[in-house]
Design a protein around this ligand. Sequence first.
Ligand code: PBG
Length: 325
Amino acid sequence: MIQRPRRLRTNSVLRGMVRETRMSKASLIYPAFVVEREDFQEEIPSMPGQYRYGLNQLLAKMESLLSQGVDKVMLFGIPDKKDEQGSGAYAGDGVVQKAMRAIKARFPELYLIGDVCMCEYTSHGHCGILDGGYVNNDKTLESLAKTALSQVEAGADMVAPSDMMDGRVAAIRALLDANGHGTTPIMSYAVKYASGFYGPFRDAAGSAPAFGDRKSYQMDYHNLREGIKEALLDVAEGADLLMVKPAMAYGDVIAAVKAATNLPLAAYSVSGEYSMVKTCAKLGYIDETALLCEIATAAFRAGADIYLTYFAPELAQAMDEGRIG
Ligand code: PBG
């Protein structure tokens, strides 16, 4: 026998050398939820180990992330009051804006990314302004752009629109540029599917639509080529980074978008992916660390350069220990 592939698997030093997929803590982004309280911390029932944080607890969490080598955070706000228009999304003293100011004042080295969407702020839970039962695309663009600007003014280093309205990247770019923020990058949730995997997040953020679903704006998961179309449109509109979401069941999409574009590509391992692993581990059916490492590696192997995950601290630790990367 001339070919013995097992030769390269003989021991862990050799296996470590011939790994095809390399990851680093620099690629990780941790999503966090903030509420309008000073002192508050509440575990999210559908996401064991994840919390809704008041400002002080959020700051403590940021400190602990930094100490673990995770220095990028995507912030989601949970406002006390919601309205038809979702005006809390762009309030100067909104929940996310206040939290961003506090984080930047305390930890300027932390890279802050604002999720730009209306669904946490609208009374109906849809990602934009309603016209009858339908989300009006062009009216929503103005709110999204204002939201992005208010986050940047509050200290966001990057904005990430997740609403799936057509033309939002161009609208956000234009308003940021007009206000002197030409160097702030936009990471577009370019290829975002209407997914059952978001269930725990909507529970966490209280953002489930009051009627209907998000299928008239988020993508149909039967479609791959449409994902390329969305990605290319966002490139043309001036996106700086692209995202595919969810991640775990969408490796083919990650690979295809990577091949079709030349922007840095993020994959978002969403709430349902986290909760499935957590719950099975709690029941003793699987080994949590083994699974979270394997699932993350799959996203990078598919082509992701950046990975958003509620398991960012655990992954950072696994990398420190040499289990992956
Ligand atoms: C806001 C938004 C959602 C997620 C990220 N941004 C919810 C949704 O689209 O319904 C989901 C994140 C997750 O499930 O972890 N539009």
